[in-house]
Design a protein around this ligand. Structure first.
Ligand code: FES
Length: 122
């Protein structure tokens, strides 16, 4: 039921952990299941240089978290803000319909971390 990419990112998630002295931190919760995702950013001259995540959630939430970190690293703040939840699930070759709500955490947490970064750097 899951694509090979989802299984790969679930069993071998990239960029797990925390960033000390992160430039931005974002946390979102999924109201329907109670799962939580937290994203940490390092930003240098408007470019995201590092992203780490901690997710307390299902396999689909972990896979989308992992994928969003890979997609965001190296992007400008504006490019990262344009990343959508749909783009993340497409990059994973899709998620089962009943798991689509899990993918909502990933880009949302990234956007929250960017908002936090912008608030700090303003
Ligand atoms: Fe909660 Fe997937 S079941 S994020």
């Amino acid at each position: 039921m899951y694509s090979d990419k989802v299984m790969d990112h679930f069993t071998n998630p990239r960029n797990v952990g925390e960033i000390e002295n992160a430039d931005g931190v974002g946390e979102v919760g999924n109201a329907s299941c109670g799962d939580i995702m937290k994203i940490f950013l390092k930003v240098d001259e408007n470019v995201i240089t590092d992203v780490k995540f901690k997710t307390f959630g299902c396999g689909a939430a972990i896979a989308t978290s992992s994928m969003v970190t890979e997609m965001a690293i190296g992007k400008t703040i504006e490019e990262a803000l344009a990343l959508t939840n749909q783009a993340v699930s497409e990059a994973l070759d899709g998620l089962p319909a009943q798991k689509m709500h899990c993918s909502n955490l990933a880009a949302d947490a990234l956007h929250e971390a960017i908002k936090n970064y912008r608030g700090k750097s303003a």
